[in-house]
Design a protein around this ligand. Sequence first.
Ligand SMILES: [Zn+2]
Length: 214
Amino acid sequence: MTLPSTDAKLNLHAVCRLPTTWGEFQLHGFIDDDTGREHVALTMGHIADGAPVLTRVHSECLTGDGFFSRRCDCGPQLAAGMQAIAAEGRGVLLYLRQEGRGIGLFNKIRAYALQDQGADTVDANRMLGLPDDMREYTMVHTMLGLLGVSTVRLITNNPAKIEALRRLGIIVSERIALHVGRNTDNARYLDTKMRRMGHLADQHLESDPAVAPL
Ligand SMILES: [Zn+2]
């Protein structure tokens, strides 16, 4: 099945129901014809009515999203994003296939190995000759357009993501902070994201009671 598209480079190919722990979403499958990557969107409710839409733009993290890794906060952030959308009964979660902040799974494993020897997340990437963050968001504009969404209330702690979306012409009407998933194994990583990558930390909703306060 191929549905109508407004962009030749990225097309919506299929839609199905996806019942989850937190409610029933619609799962939309997209293919980027330039990269061959398969991106997906989870949606709930009537999102194409013009009102701002609660939105999470989540980049793939196999270890965090699929293997319950405590090295990062991706898994809890994914779950919290889906829960927030389900609680409102309306929203979009875009799941972008750019693993390891875009460096790919194998490079991420190599970077983790360097971190095991003491490097932080930024230095590990640099030791591998890789940028700190290779993610890009041009597909977001097309995906949201195909879903009928132009204005988002964005769930993120990352100002660079807000700027990237605004540069694409997406209206970000509100930022919704999301601080979940801090634990004893990822505290240093999360601190590095704040200290060296500009991530915001205006509140801490600790999800792991074993963690000592900052
Ligand atoms: Zn992760």
